[in-house]
Write a new protein. Sequence first.
Length: 343
Amino acid sequence: MVQKKTFTIYDIAAATNVSPATVSRVLNGNYPVSKKTKEKVLAKIQEYNFKPNSIARSLSRKETKMIGMILPDITNPFFSSVFIEIEKEAQKKGYTIFLCNSMNDPEMESLYLKVLYERQVEGIIMMGGRINKTATVREEAEEVLEVMNKIPVLMINGYMEGVDCYKVRSDEKKGLKIMLDHLAELGHRNFGLLGGTQGITATDQKVQGFMQFLNEHGFHYNPDWHIYSGFSVESGQEAMEKLLRNEDLPTAIICINDMVASGALKECGLQDIDPRQFALAGYDDTFVASILTPSLTSINHNYKKMGQAAMDLLIETVEEEERTEIVIDPFLTIRNSTKLYIR
């Protein structure tokens, strides 16, 4: 005799593409859930003939009002800026953020995925690390999928092939083009691009935007002015030192982030070069941009909107639950590093 399957709250969640916490809220009526989601969950409960005794067993995992967040380096101003806005939104909604700093170590990421599930967080937000690799590592994706069978996962500015989870991202290609438009309006036609690492989405997307802009406007691409070096202040200094070896130089230089731009300015100082002979721009618009001399023109990811979108998607207080990806438009912050350019 075939034994009849006993369904759990997790089966209902998987079948309706919502979190177990949302199913719990529908059953208990103790938290607002949109009408559309409520009807969808109740229909699946009826279809599965989900009985009260099964409910009692599946609700043993209590709500913790805790969200886990895994990122590679909290000292990086970009990651800390996103974290702060997410934490603000979490507090408004009665949640606490459990921060895990992986230190750019894939094994630490794997450990934290396990730890956060064991701590019974209601969802996990991931930034950097494995989700920023242009080529997805299958084993790393399988670890995320295993966690997603139990709790929802949201990626910020990242993607993994075969992992269909919530996503919030800033349009980095668009942001790069916004910066180039600004520089072109100032009369620049020769552009350099410094920093970043090939195979990392934050770099590859910006490079795609850079190349498309040059092609669309008929501007010359000089490979000697496009230097990969990394994301740190030191890598920016290294890239600028290499660029300055060229006899011909660009008039406008875009750095992959504000830290790289900081290093580029430092190298100009060491070589006694007036940085105003270039229009220098960064990306991320972190606190670093405002304290440099000259202050740095940069692209802002719209951190507040990113934080709001991430928390809304993860705890499903928005009406459009089927919308699993939100794209945030970045914006330009103009400061002295492009305004004081000496022609």
